[in-house]
Ligand binder design. Structure first.
Ligand code: GDP
Length: 448
């Protein structure tokens, strides 16, 4: 455990009218500060009713004082929590009081950072705290909680153990080359290596879903004028899980509206304007529309049976990796039934934005794309940083397999496996540098 000399303090929650506010302290002098405030030594994990006074004896507030002695606390250090009324003024003066008693104002994320440095949580779990606070939907919150519980970490650690076992095996085989049996060619080793590689790729796929869950899904609705894009967006926005946000812009702004459907951001892009232009306002609109298309996770092309042939090229403007979905709108005009069909790997939905028929099919598709579908109970939240590291691990794993199976190069395979292990360690924070830690914890809010 890394002992920190300084005691930190911050307002952890509060400032809401009527609620409680918490000033949290962590560090070696927290118990002494608590003793001054309470007038006696606080009992461990005991809620003391306490009159909080300033240094001149004036009453600041009355509330509860709790002491969680090291190492059985969130940070692993001595932690003291002062619960007061959720007034900004009261909490600020309480914070001022404990700072005068020797604590210093905590930086953003410093409590979580200390919990990480003291081995109470790993980096994935620390990041999950920030993701939980920032979660924009119930599914995202649940996923962040699962990561905080250690679900993602457990899978990374299990994989690391498997990689270490493979390394030990290969390195032992290299060390005893004179043995009669060629250990590097044992079918079991080849099989274990392949199985570990499959597990790694499954974890990579799960973490990609985790990023989508945590970040929300960016959906763009595209199509020519009058296809019914606005009607569709309005129909979706009528759902009580949607938050409608106004995107200010000019009448020629190509991004017309954005809604948030249970954590899924849906933006309407009018592709009619995606053409060359000399007009400054229009050029800016086109640039924004193109940006929006580039960063979309899913594009919904709104068309009709009649128009589709001519509209399909609109999908060609999207990056190849963008998932897509085709909506055949206005089925009420042709007395068609709402339905879903998969054509050449792309889902096609027949619906009517006007009558609402088939909208449930679209909502289900959006939820699935965002990782919110029913079968996703074990989903955990993840970040791009994790995906990048797992991607690197997967590439080294491939090289390790190649080195062993094709070249019989044990040294090379062992070296590649070392890289796999290193990349996995970066995910959990077992291998990390101060720069990375600084960046991660700076994104937290103060008091966490
Ligand atoms: P946008 O230009 O793509 O945003 O299209 P709008 O949403 O403004 O719709 C264009 C026209 O088509 C409007 O008159 C809508 O009322 C109509 N419309 C949209 N969806 C439907 C639909 O499902 N059925 C019918 N009959 N009309 C629709």
């Amino acid at each position: 455990m890394k002992a920190q000399a300084e005691t930190i303090a911050a307002i952890a929650t509060g400032a809401g009218a009527g609620g409680i506010g918490i000033v949290r302290l962590s560090g070696p002098s927290a118990p002494a500060i608590a003793t001054v405030l309470l007038g006696r030594k606080p009992l461990p994990r005991h809620a003391h009713f306490c009159h909080f006074h300033d240094e001149h004896g004036s009453l600041l507030d009355r509330g509860l004082l709790l002491h969680f002695p090291a190492p059985h606390s969130f940070t692993g250090e001595d932690v003291v929590e002062l619960q007061a009324h959720g007034s900004r003024i009261v909490l600020a003066s309480l914070l001022d009081r404990v700072i005068r008693l020797g604590a210093r104002q905590a930086r953003a994320g410093e409590f979580s950072e200390r919990a990480f440095l003291n081995g109470k949580i790993d980096l994935i779990q620390a990041e999950a705290i920030a993701d939980l606070i920032a979660s924009g939907s119930q599914a995202a919150a649940r996923a962040a909680l699962r990561s905080l519980d250690g679900e993602f970490s457990r899978q990374v650690r299990a994989l690391t153990e498997a990689v270490v076992r493979l390394r030990v095996w290969i390195e032992a085989a290299i060390d005893f080359p004179e043995d009669e049996i060629d250990f590097l060619a044992t079918p079991q080793l080849i099989k274990d290596l392949a199985a570990t590689s499959v597990r790694l790729d499954e974890l990579l796929a799960a973490s990609r879903r985790g990023v989508r869950l945590a970040d929300g899904l960016h959906v763009v609705i595209i199509g020519r004028p009058n296809a019914g894009k606005s009607s569709l967006l309005n129909a979706l926005a009528a759902s009580d899980r949607a938050i409608v946000t106004d995107v200010p812009g000019t009448t020629r702004d190509l991004l017309r509206e954005t809604i948030d459907l249970d954590g899924i951001g849906i933006t309407l892009v009018d592709t009619a304007g995606l053409r060359e232009s000399d007009d400054a306002v229009e050029i800016e609109g086109i640039r924004r529309a193109r940006d929006e298309l580039q960063r979309a996770d899913l594009a919904v092309l709104v068309s009709t049976d009649e128009q589709l042939e001519q509209d399909l090229p609109l999908l060609a403007a999207l990056p190849a990796s963008t998932a897509r979905l085709v909506v055949h709108n206005k089925i009420d005009l042709v007395a068609g039934a709402a339905r879903r069909e998969e054509l050449e790997g792309i889902a096609h939905l027949w619906l009517s934005a006007r009558t609402g028929a088939g909208l449930d099919l679209l909502a289900a598709e959006l939820r699935k794309a965002a990782g919110h579908d029913e079968g996703n109970d074990g989903a955990f939240s993840a970040r791009k940083r994790h995906v990048n590291a797992l991607q690197r691990a997967s590439e080294h794993m491939c090289s390790a397999q190649g080195a062993l199976c094709e070249q019989r190069a044990g040294e090379l395979a062992a070296e590649e496996l070392r890289e796999v292990q290193h990349a996995l360690g970066e995910v959990t924070g077992d291998f990390s540098n101060e720069d990375l830690l600084g960046r991660i914890f700076a994104d937290f809010c103060i008091g966490k």
